[in-house]
Design a protein around this ligand. Structure first.
Ligand code: ZN
Ligand code: FE
Length: 255
């Protein structure tokens, strides 16, 4: 049996996710943005929360841990490298570890840069990646901690995941990401197509996630930091892709 994902809005622009393993009946929340939104989703589905998987220490991803843990006694799994910044973690994981929710298995991957200890959860069988703020549709999270080189390396590893992977990210930032991406990569037809699709979805008030990783590889400038067009845009021809990645990140910060 497989797993089912429930997607729902939380806070102002976060997404909340529940992963329900059909065989065992276990249900995991990916991050804990808002207790009320998570409780509503559980109630709507008739599921009981058993696990919480945390990606990074920011308040909009951890705030509901205490309340949900008290209400459901859920097991909380989170990044070892941020254990000192997150209250209520029961199990600590890092790159290469695996987390089981019944028959559903996630590989933990390090994706540093938005925060230094940021981790993401990849379900290879279900072809799903829960990327939180490490990878957005057409963008990546702001680089609050760390340096461009390691952040690019982390993103490049996510790019190696299969094209069929559907990505469930932490925020609805796609439309503004598209505007920036078009400003630096205007001739990219895959990007133009995705931007048009995103504009239409948002005009109807629809979410732009989950999104297909294969399509994002062709359209997201941060996944294309080693493309010659982008090096040329920033006058960095022949330079290291990590340097180009840093220039793109800085460009987005100032956009
Ligand atoms: Zn964050
Ligand atoms: Fe966030």
């Amino acid at each position: 049996m497989a797993s089912i994902v429930d997607v729902f809005p939380a806070r102002s622009d976060n997404y909340g996710y529940l992963v329900h393993d059909e065989a065992s009946g276990r249900t995991a929340a990916i991050d804990a943005p808002e207790a009320a939104a998570i409780r509503n989703a559980l109630q709507r589905r008739g599921w009981t929360l058993t696990d919480i998987l945390i990606t990074h220490h920011h308040v909009d991803h951890v705030e509901a841990i205490a309340e949900l843990k008290a209400a459901f006694g859920a097991r909380v799994v989170g990044p070892r490298a941020e254990a000192d910044k997150i209250e209520g973690l029961d199990e600590l994981v890092g790159d290469g570890d695996r987390v089981r929710i019944g028959d559903t298995e996630f590989a933990v991957m390090a994706a540093p840069g938005h925060t230094l200890g940021h981790i993401v959860f990849h379900d290879a069988v279900g072809q799903r990646l829960f990327s939180a703020d490490a990878l957005f549709s057409l963008g990546v999270g702001r680089m609050f901690e760390g340096t461009p080189g390691p952040m690019w390396e982390g993103v490049r590893r996510l790019r190696e995941l299969p094209d069929e992977t559907m990505v469930y990210c932490g925020h609805e930032y796609t439309e503004s990401n598209a505007k920036f991406a078009l400003s630096i990569d205007p001739d990219n037809t895959a990007l133009q197509a995705r931007a048009a699709e995103v504009g239409a979805l948002r005009a109807e008030g629809k979410p732009t996630i989950p999104f297909n990783l294969g399509e994002d590889k062709k359209a997201n400038p941060f996944l294309r930091a080693d493309a010659p067009e982008l090096a040329r845009f920033y006058g960095l021809e022949g330079k290291d892709a990590g340097e180009v990645f840093g220039a793109i990140r800085k460009g987005k910060d100032n956009f």
